[in-house]
Ligand binder design. Structure first.
Ligand code: BGC
Length: 458
């Protein structure tokens, strides 16, 4: 009897029967992973823009710098929007569907991008980033949910890692574009990088019209006919095939079991459901929620976005004599090239060892940067070594915590609480993303905390 008292380690319980993975199934998941470019580009372009002469003059009211507080607000406000967006997206995804929520996210995002493009002063840019953030929040939370639900089980980890790979490509593309426009002496310097975002939203939004809804969403709503149709599309196998029939039966049995085992109210188990059970019980909802949210919190607490948001300004501060835009571009390239390692390691070694080893690698590198900066900061050779350790630290992040944190939240929740659990965890990511974006310039900048490299101790 599927699911009879069994809670399997992957949180999807009993989906053991699956059609062979077809090329079409891969393409479908790969397209959904494209949402990562959207997320990555949007968080990445601000890094380069903040270091541009034209932008600094225009948004800094003619002065040679933008104040730390305006800088942190411009960067971090996106995460406030994404936090709120991700929080409500779970409920929306349960009521209007995963796919529709993502499409809606793309539309909201376009409004925010238009405001940013039109801006010539901080207030409008900040407003635009807040609105765009809501859209990114929808997309970042629900793409993970959608992909985890439609991906064939045996490649689910790798597919979600592919999403993270797209995030890194998005960040790198943003870096390439800002590198290209940095010396423009008109508003095109920042408007071009901002405007390019429309392309990602359009490709994702329009493309999703052609993708099926998640079969689990239909099962949740008791519509087995649609569920069977959607499943046959995501597997690239006819509805009449025994694979589809059996997999659908498994999903239904699994869903029924979870609905019995987990307290819920109708279709929409209450928010409190996410916090039920004892923290000591390995399969309690509370424990799953704490795991998902703290994992995402810690992913941000690694401080990786200090690099992806502020590396251009930070490298300017270190004054190595090498173009800081180029150095930032290199960090994003390392991020891209290191992520695919996880496609294999996440399945081969498992999520937990990857997280443990990755954390260890990052700690060592960060302490080395901080110690070198404290002992001999300013010496050009030492600064070069610091930058090398920053790069190795990015390597550790990209091959471990970057993807694994997303993979785990995609699989740790049972169906009745999954959309809310993923949404809560994603919100936690954005909340701590916001905190890091807000406080790091205050800690690092010479006119504030002046921690410089010592920030890596934190
Ligand atoms: C994180 C982002 C980060 C990116 C870097 C993602 O997993 O959630 O905040 O910018 O990785 O590649």
């Amino acid at each position: 009897m599927p699911g009879a008292g069994v809670v399997l380690s992957d949180g999807f319980n009993v989906d053991r029967i699956e059609a062979p993975v077809t090329f079409k199934a891969y393409i479908l998941c790969a397209f959904a992973a494209f949402g990562g470019i959207f997320f990555g580009y949007d968080s990445g372009y601000i890094n380069g823009i903040m270091g541009m002469k034209y932008f600094i003059q225009e948004f800094g009211n003619g002065s040679a710098t933008i104040s730390s507080s305006t800088k942190s607000l411009i960067v971090s406000i996106l995460s406030v929007g994404t936090f709120l967006g991700a929080l409500v997206a779970g409920d929306l995804a349960d009521s209007i569907g995963r796919r529709t929520t993502i499409i809606l996210g793309c539309a909201i995002f376009c409004v925010g991008a238009a405001l940013q493009c039109a801006s010539a002063a901080p207030k409008m840019l900040i407003g635009g980033r807040f609105v765009a953030g809501i859209g990114v929040g929808f997309v970042s939370a629900i793409i993970i949910l959608y992909m985890s639900e439609v991906a064939p089980r045996k490649v689910r980890g790798a597919i979600v890692s592919a999403y993270q790979f797209c995030v890194t490509i998005g960040i790198m593309l943003a870096s390439v574009v800002t590198y290209g426009t940095q010396n423009y002496t008109t508003s095109a310097s920042y408007r071009v990088p901002i405007g390019i975002q429309f392309a990602w939203a359009l490709i994702l939004g329009v493309g999703l019209f052609f993708l099926p809804e998640s079969p689990r969403y239909h099962v949740r709503h008791g519509d087995l006919e649609k569920a069977s149709h959607a499943l046959s599309r995501v597997r690239g196998t006819p509805e009449t095939s025994s694979y589809i029939k059996e997999e659908l039966a498994e999903i239904v049995a699994n869903h029924e079991y979870e609905m019995q085992a987990v307290p819920h109210t109708g279709y929409f188990s209450s928010w409190t459901n996410c916090f039920k059970g004892s923290i000591r019980k390995p399969d309690s909802n509370l424990r799953r929620t704490i795991l998902g949210t703290s994992l995402q919190m810690m992913q941000q607490a690694t401080g990786v976005n200090f690099i992806f948001y502020y590396s251009t300004s930070f490298f300017q501060l270190l004054n190595l004599g090498v173009d800081p835009f180029l150095l930032s571009l290199i960090t994003t390239l390392i991020n891209v090239l290191s992520t695919p390692i996880s496609f294999w390691t996440v399945e081969r070694f498992g999520r937990r060892p990857l997280l443990i080893w990755g954390a260890l690698g990052m700690v060592v590198c960060q302490y080395l940067v901080a110690i070198l900066g404290t002992v001999a900061g300013g010496d050009k050779t030492v600064v070069k070594a610091e930058i090398a350790f920053v790069c190795i630290y990015i390597f550790f992040f990209a091959s471990t915590w970057g993807p694994a944190a997303w993979v785990v939240i995609g699989e740790v929740f049972n169906l009745p609480m999954r959309s809310r659990g993923v949404a809560l965890s994603t919100s936690s990511n954005w909340l701590f993303n916001f905190i890091v974006a807000l406080i790091t310039p205050q800690m690092v900048d010479p006119d504030k905390g002046n921690l410089r490299e010592k920030v890596f101790f934190v």
